[in-house]
Design a protein around this ligand. Sequence first.
Ligand code: XIL
Length: 315
Amino acid sequence: GHRLPELARGHGIELGVAVAVNPLVNDRRYRNVIEDHYTSVTAENTMKWQHVQPERGEYDWSGPDTLVDFATARDLNVRGHTMLWHNQQPAWLSQGDWDADTLRAVVHDHVTTVMDRYEGRVTSWDVINEPLEDHGPNMRENLWYDVLGPDYIAQTLYSAHAADPEARLYINEFGIERAGPKADALHALVTDLVDRGVPLHGVGFQGHFVHGNVPDDLADQMRRYTDLGLEVTISEVDVRIPEPVTGEDLADQRREYHDILVACLEVDGCVNVTVWGVTDAHSWIPEWFPGYTAALPFDDSYRPKPALAGMVEAL
Ligand code: XIL
């Protein structure tokens, strides 16, 4: 057949989608798109710290359980997203007055508790999200960096590995999809971790692209990590188009989605391509990048766009 799940599995890769819990529960069409087209899911928000541990020591499993139960029942892979990120933290955490020992214990407890719960069902985790500053080569001066110093990354990876020794542990980042100072900086950071034997298994390339500006060296950038013995994923793909969107734009977007998938297929060790939302109606793009839209393979009426055909062609 020519269904995406079989085609993806035929190439030995997962094809994933970011999922929000509310429409997952309430919207049959939303579930159908996931079931018919993808083999993997990522929680768009519900596994982030703000939602999982909204008050200190009080965990809310309702959203994550709903997603993981849905996936397990359908034999879908689950990418865990995310442990340490500078965004979407609860106030008690972001505004706490932390000393290093206490914060280190809080991080260890969070990572251990969440990974224990989903051991065997969530098999890979974005343990570290966006460790570098937005534009440029420096480490981001987030809470973890400020209080624990740069070794927070290794320390958290050790906690995660102890919690679930089988889980594939990732650093997930954007702005590394083409050659440049930020790409080099992440590569240096990852090389150092690998050299030190820190438990790290993969690098996620987020892949939030702008229409007309999808990098042509994505496969080369990913190979720099597979050369280190790591796996890679393209973890949050979308291709946003400036308004007004024309038919020509959508035709070009078809080729762009095609090329993104081909980049993964060209790299031995690229294991997953995940698009960041089920339809254009659910995409984060219009809210976060005003004036841009239509970034995903399904339109806001749940109809497949040329981009979906581009993915099928690639496979
Ligand atoms: C975004 C979600 O899509 C939005 O719903 C939320 O308001 C903000 O976060 N990089 C990431 C993702 O790693 O977690 C972000 O997801 C998009 C950027």
